[in-house]
Design a protein around this ligand. Structure first.
Ligand code: ARG
Length: 576
C-alpha cells in the first residue's frame, strides 16, 4: 500500500468508526482500487460489503462517506457515484508521495519485509529424458514470475522443480535406451538422442505391446531399491537431462530453491500410503488401491497403487504434499501446471480433503492454456512437433535472438555489445508474450507480433526503459534528491504518476490471483504513459527547476519499469 493509500484508508476507517462501524471489522473491506475510468477519480472504494456491516444501502453509505471525508493536505475531493466513492488526491501530494517512495525504494515499489506468509511454487517440472517442450516453458516462465512477485511482496518462497524422473514414462525411456541406445551417442547430444529413442519406442510399442510390459518390469526393478542396472541407468539419464536443462534455465533467468523430483519421494511413499490407509479412505479395487471421490463431485477415483504394487504420479504428489507441509509449513502450494492436468490436481486436493488433512486448503492448481502456432494455411494450432521434430526450447530462444540481432543490425548498427542486448531482447520477447494475457488463455506464438517494438511486447517496455536511461545519460547532472524539487511543477504528469501509483495494486493482484498478466499490463500502461508524456514535454534543456522535477519523474519511471520487468524475469538493457 502506498502512503497515499494508507492515509486515505485511515481517514475512511475513522469516518466509519464515527458511524459506529467497528474498525477491525471494516479494515479488510476497505480496498482502494483504481476506478474503471480515471476521469472519475484516482482511487475508488466499493461500499457493498461495508454497507452490509452498516445496515444501509450501498449508495446511501457512499453518499454519507463522500460528504464526511473533507479535503486535507493529501485528499482533494470525495464524490459518490452509485455504490462507489471516488477520491482524488492533491496533485502535489500525489507527485511527492509517489516519487519519493520510488526513489527510496519504499514499499510497494521496493521489496517488502518478510511478512510471515510461506508460498511453495511447484513449477517447470519437465520430464527428464524428454525434450523441454513448450508447455514446460509456460510453467517455467509463469512460475518464475510468481516466485519473484511473491518475494517482492515479502513472502518466504520455495521454488520447487518437481522433475518427472520416476514412473512409467521414465521406464519407457530406459527400456528404449537398454534396447537400442549406447553411451557414446548419448553424450554427443543427449536431449536429441533421448528424444529419438523415445520416438522410436512410441512407434515400436504400437506394433509390439510387449515393450510396455518390459518397461513395467524395469520400473519394478528400479522401485525395488536394489543397486541394479536400472538404478545406474536412471542416474545416468537423469544427470544428462539436468545438465541439458541448465541451458534454457540460465537463459530464462530461472533458478530453483529445491530440485526434488518424483524420485525424491521414493522412500516417502509408503508412509504416505499408510497415512491414507489409516484415515480410512483407501479402498481396494481389483487388487489396486484407490480413493473414491464421488461425494466431492469427482467421478474418477484417485489411483494410488497399481495391482503390481508399483506407485503412480499421484502417489508421489501425495507424498510431496505431506513432505512440503512438514518441511516448509506453507500457507499456499501453487502447482503451475497446464490446464490438461486439472483432474489430477482436483483428485489430489480431493484425497487430502477427504482425509481431513489441513494442507488440503493450501493446494492450488495454477493452470494455463496451450501455446499455438500458425500453420502455413494461417490456422492456429497446438504448437507441436514441426515435421515430427520436437521443438527444443534452446532452438526457439536461438531463433528469437537471431531475429532480434538482425533488427538491431538494421536499426542501430553501432550498438555496443549488440549480441548481449539481442539475447536480452529475444528472450524477453518470448517471456513477455507468454505472460501478457490471462494465463488460462492460449498463447499465440507469432514472431512478428512478439518482436514488435511498438506493440504490447517485452521489447516495447525494454525500449521505454532504454529511452529513459538515454535521457538520464544526456543531462550532465545527476538526478536530484526528491526532497529538492518543486512537486507543483509536475501537475502535467498526473497520468504518469497515477499509473505509477497503481504498481502496488497490480503486483498484489498478481500475487493473490497467481496472474502475472497484471504486472505485464501495468508495464505496458506505464511505458505508454511515459512515452506520451515525453512526446509533449522536454526534459533536457528546460529551466533548471523544471528539468530537475522531470528528471526525478523520468528516473522514477525507469526504476519502476526495471523493477516490474525484474518481477517477470526480464532484464532491462541500458541501451538498445
Ligand atoms: N512432470 C509433469 C509433467 O510434465 C509435471 C509435474 C507437475 N508438478 C506436480 N507436482 N505434479 O506433466
Amino acid at each position: 500500500m502506498t502512503d497515499l493509500h494508507s492515509h486515505l484508508r485511515d481517514r475512511i476507517l475513522t469516518t466509519l468508526a464515527g458511524l459506529g462501524i467497528d474498525r477491525a471489522a471494516a479494515e479488510p473491506m476497505v480496498r482502494l482500487d483504481p476506478p474503471k475510468n480515471r476521469d472519475h477519480g484516482d482511487v475508488a472504494l466499493g461500499a457493498f460489503q461495508l454497507a452490509k456491516l452498516a445496515g444501509k444501502a450501498p449508495p446511501a453509505l457512499a453518499t454519507e462517506l463522500a460528504a464526511m471525508i473533507t479535503s486535507d493536505a493529501i485528499v482533494e475531493s470525495a464524490a459518490a457515484a452509485g455504490p462507489f466513492v471516488n477520491f482524488r488526491f492533491r496533485r502535489e501530494a500525489l507527485a511527492r508521495e509517489v516519487l519519493t517512495a520510488i526513489q527510496s525504494d519504499a514499499v510497494p515499489y521496493g521489496k517488502a519485509n518478510q511478512h510471515g506468509q510461506t508460498v511453495c511454487i511447484d513449477f517447470s517440472s519437465p520430464n527428464i529424458a524428454k525434450p523441454f517442450h513448450i508447455g514446460h516453458m509456460r510453467s517455467t516462465v509463469i512460475g518464475n514470475a510468481l516466485c519473484r512477485i511473491h518475494r517482492h511482496q515479502g513472502a518466504t518462497v520455495h521454488g520447487i522443480n518437481h522433475l518427472g524422473d520416476w514412473g512409467m514414462p521414465f521406464a519407457k525411456m530406459m527400456t528404449a535406451y537398454m534396447r537400442w541406445g549406447n553411451e557414446a551417442e548419448l553424450h554427443k547430444s543427449p536431449m536429441r538422442y533421448m528424444f529419438d529413442l523415445y520416438k522410436r519406442y512410441s512407434v515400436e510399442a504400437k506394433q509390439n505391446p510387449a515393450l510396455d510390459d518390459e518397461a513395467a518390469k524395469h520400473f519394478q526393478a528400479l522401485e525395488s531399491g536394489a543397486d541394479n542396472q536400472e538404478r545406474r541407468m536412471w542416474q545416468l539419464l537423469r544427470d544428462e537431462s539436468l545438465k541439458a536443462f541448465q541451458g534454457p534455465y540460465a537463459r530464462l533467468g530461472v533458478t530453483f530453491d529445491h530440485i526434488t523430483g518424483e524420485s525424491f519421494f521414493e522412500d516417502k511413499m509408503e508412509a504416505a500410503m499408510a497415512r491414507v490407509s489409516a484415515s480410512g479412505v483407501l479402498e481396494d479395487s481389483e487388487g489396486a488401491q484407490v480413493v473414491w471421490l464421488k461425494e466431492l463431485g469427482i467421478k474418477e477415483p484417485c489411483l494410488l497403487r497399481k495391482s503390481d504394487g508399483t506407485t503412480l504420479y499421484h502417489t508421489r504428489d501425495l507424498a510431496a504434499a505431506f513432505y512440503r507441509e512438514t518441511t516448509f509449513h506453507p500457507d499456499r502450494i501453487l502447482y503451475v501446471v497446464g490446464a490438461e492436468q486439472k483432474l489430477h490436481f482436483d483428485q489430489l486436493k480431493g484425497v487430502l480433503t477427504k482425509m481431513k488433512e489441513p494442507i488440503a486448503k493450501a493446494v492450488e492448481h495454477v493452470p494455463f492454456g496451450l501455446v499455438l502456432s500458425k500453420t502455413d494455411e494461417g490456422k492456429w494450432e497446438k504448437f507441436a512437433s514441426r515435421s515430427g521434430n520436437a521443438v527444443f526450447l534452446d532452438e526457439i530462444l536461438d531463433e528469437a535472438v537471431a531475429k532480434v540481432r538482425s533488427i538491431i543490425r538494421e536499426k542501430n548498427p553501432d550498438l555496443p555489445n549488440a549480441d548481449e542486448v539481442a539475447e536480452q531482447i529475444g528472450v524477453s520477447a518470448i517471456i513477455f508474450n507468454d505472460l501478457k494475457n490471462s494465463r488460462i488463455k492460449d498463447v499465440k506464438f507469432d514472431w512478428e507480433s512478439m518482436l514488435n517494438f511498438d506493440g504490447e511486447t517485452g521489447p516495447y517496455v525494454q525500449f521505454a526503459c532504454a529511452r529513459l536511461s538515454s535521457i538520464l545519460r544526456k543531462v550532465e547532472v545527476s538526478v536530484p534528491d526528491s526532497d529538492q524539487i518543486d512537486f507543483s511543477l509536475l501537475a502535467d504528469a498526473e497520468r504518469v504518476l497515477l499509473t505509477m501509483m497503481d504498481f502496488g495494486t497490480a503486483v498484489q493482484r498478481a500475487a493473490e490471483q497467481s496472474e502475472p498478466s497484471h504486472v505485464t499490463g501495468h508495464m505496458i500502461a506505464l511505458a505508454g504513459e511515459i512515452h506520451s508524456y515525453l512526446r509533449e514535454h522536454y526534459v533536457v534543456g528546460e529551466a533548471p527547476a523544471i528539468q530537475n522535477a522531470r528528471l526525478v519523474l523520468v528516473d522514477a519511471a525507469r526504476r519502476l519499469l526495471t523493477t516490474g520487468l525484474g518481477l517477470l524475469g526480464i532484464a532491462a538493457p541500458e541501451r538498445m
